[in-house]
Design a protein. Structure first.
Length: 129
């Protein structure tokens, strides 16, 4: 139901924007032709702006290509530490014969807590209060 209301609204807007007579239609066509002409001759009138825009676009294309190559490298080489940006969290210790899961060990210890960091600094509230 809401779809029909939205469709009716937009059709009404489009109908209201349509020209009523020949003069309005000619004015709209003339304005559209002038806008297209302005867009197509912009670089002729502003060569330095177009040159700067082309340089910026070239940099964006280079960055996109580099990012795509980096992603493809990461995907194609998988967990290889020398080729990967992200070090694996765990590595298989031994392959299995298919009867059970492989054994895993932490590759790098991320445990940086000291003994005093592990001590409990708070206690339970006193029940007698």
């Amino acid at each position: 139901m809401l779809f029909l209301i939205r469709t009716a609204f937009w059709l009404t807007v489009i109908i209201l924007l349509l020209p009523n007579d020949e003069d309005q239609r000619n004015e709209i066509y003339g304005t559209a032709q002038a806008a297209v002409n302005d867009v197509t001759t912009f670089c002729d009138r502003n060569p330095s702006t177009c040159a700067t825009g082309q340089e910026v676009f070239a940099v964006l294309v280079q960055k996109a290509q580099y990012g795509a190559e980096l992603l493809m490298d990461l995907v194609s080489k998988g967990g290889d530490e020398s080729a990967s940006l992200l070090a694996p969290i765990a590595e298989p210790v031994a392959e299995t014969d298919g009867s059970g899961p492989a054994l895993w060990e932490r590759a790098d210890s991320q445990d940086t807590l000291r003994a005093e960091d592990r001590e409990v600094a708070w206690g339970a509230p006193d029940p007698g209060v």
